[in-house]
Write a protein that binds this ligand. Structure first.
Ligand code: PLP
Length: 411
């Protein structure tokens, strides 16, 4: 055992800000002025020891909150045993995690592949679609996505993302992607054809500000895919892991996609992503068609197994549903006396609030000062993605402070 102490880090905000501004690529712009150094349950703790109620949960990643004992123990034990080995060998945690996810998916003959992020999971899904038709000798490489969607930052997933500004500077972009308006079945029925390889969509558009798909739309999308033979790919990177009140959001809609992607909450904070496919769609990959050095390594898979165990034992899928209802009820009560709120929407613990004025950023900053962390989308939407372990009294605290800070903005 090493007795050496780790090198002490200078956690001061001034030092970190200066280093970040001098050396980190400026893609995240001006960040919120705190250094995250620790966490416990729903609380994130900064360099001064200030505690914040974390209602954004690492953007839907920290499903078990921070420093959850079961997850921490699993990671520490596994790190002391084996962090990584290549995929030249069998990895028990990987095989078991694949089975657990396949069972949870309810997809016929489900098979799983692990990468390290959401973008990689979607990238694998895109390759799988193309391979599926390639091996049948069919020219069906076209993938239709929806506008204002978000599927990741690699070249293919940024192109799949229906927001031009995310991919425009990086042309030439991979061909074979187009997007149609979300929740618009007419637009999809005009775009889909026997050249379409897949329709790929989120059932709740998260990065857009939590916009759920209409059930009738999702039904119609599934039918159009069946009629034309296109595969249906559902991006559950943000909606999965119980967040919406079912393990997968597609269960809410009573559909069965051909391919599903997961990431964010899967490792409870350790980087891991997964693509799941039914037996038929999984034939898009043959020997040597895909791979990953880190993907599905023992540490990440052991973390994911601990997350699944805790979700099951603590009934966190049900909790997401119940607490989500309480949160939305509470927000609607605030909205009833607050003309600034134009809309409260969401599913489970994935909630968006829209305003009649551009106050979302100022409100986020005011709430941080008051000890609460939330997200914002553009200038007019707040986004809430708290850990699934959130307790009713924490919801109460949030609602009280939120109401007060929102009122303070208007007076
Ligand atoms: C976050 C997200 C991604 C990208 O995941 P990364 O891990 O950042 O690559 C893709 N799709 C959806 C719906 C997401 O929310």
């Amino acid at each position: 055992m090493h007795t050496q102490q780790p090198t002490p880090l200078d956690h001061s905000l001034a030092t970190t800000t200066a280093l970040d501004e001098a050396y980190f690529m400026p893609v995240f712009g001006k960040r919120m002025p705190l250094c995250a150094v620790a966490g416990q349950g729903l609380e994130l703790i900064d360099q001064r020891g200030n505690r914040y109620l974390d209602m954004i949960g690492g953007i839907a990643v920290n499903v078990l909150g921070h420093a959850h004992p079961r997850l921490t123990r699993a990671i520490c034990q596994q790190a002391g045993q084996l962090i990584h080995c290549s995929n030249y060998y069998y990895i028990p945690q990987q095989a078991l995690l694949a089975k657990r996810l396949a069972d949870l998916s309810g997809l016929d003959g489900a098979r799983v592949f692990f990468g390290n992020s959401g973008a990689e999971a979607n990238e694998a899904a895109i390759k799988l679609v193309r391979g599926f038709f390639y091996y049948q000798g069919k020219a069906r490489s076209q993938i239709i996505t929806t506008t204002h969607s978000f599927h990741g930052r690699t070249l293919a997933t940024a192109t799949a993302t229906g927001q031009d500004q995310i991919s425009r500077p990086f042309a030439p972009l991979p061909p074979g992607f187009s997007s149609v308006p979300f929740n618009d079945i007419k637009a999809l029925s005009e775009a889909i054809s026997d050249q379409t390889g897949a329709v790929m969509l989120e059932l709740v558009q998260g990065e857009r500000g939590v916009i759920p798909a209409d059930p009738a739309y999702v039904d119609a999308v599934a039918s159009l895919c069946r009629e034309t033979g296109a595969l249906l790919v559902v991006d559950e990177i943000q909606t999965g892991m119980g967040r919406t009140g079912r393990f997968f959001a597609y269960e809410q809609y009573g559909i069965k996609p051909d391919i599903v992607t997961l990431a964010k909450g899967l490792g409870g904070g350790l980087p891991i992503g997964a693509v799941l496919a039914n037996g038929r769609a999984s034939q898009g990959f043959r020997l040597g068609d895909h791979g990953s050095t880190f993907g599905g390594n023992p540490l990440a898979c052991q973390a994911a197994l601990a997350v699944l165990d805790e979700i099951e034992d603590a009934q966190l899928v049900q909790a997401a549903k119940t607490q989500g209802q309480l949160l939305m009820q509470g927000l609607r009560q605030v909205a009833a006396h607050q003309p600034l709120i134009s809309d409260v929407r969401g599913m489970g613990l994935m909630v968006g609030v829209s305003y009649t004025a551009p106050i979302a950023v100022r409100l986020k900053e005011a709430l941080m000062q008051a000890g609460i962390l939330i997200g914002s989308v553009g200038e007019t939407t707040s986004r809430l993605l708290p850990p699934l372990i959130i307790q009713p009294q924490e919801l109460d605290t949030f609602l009280t402070v939120y109401k007060r800070e929102l009122e303070a903005l208007t007076t």
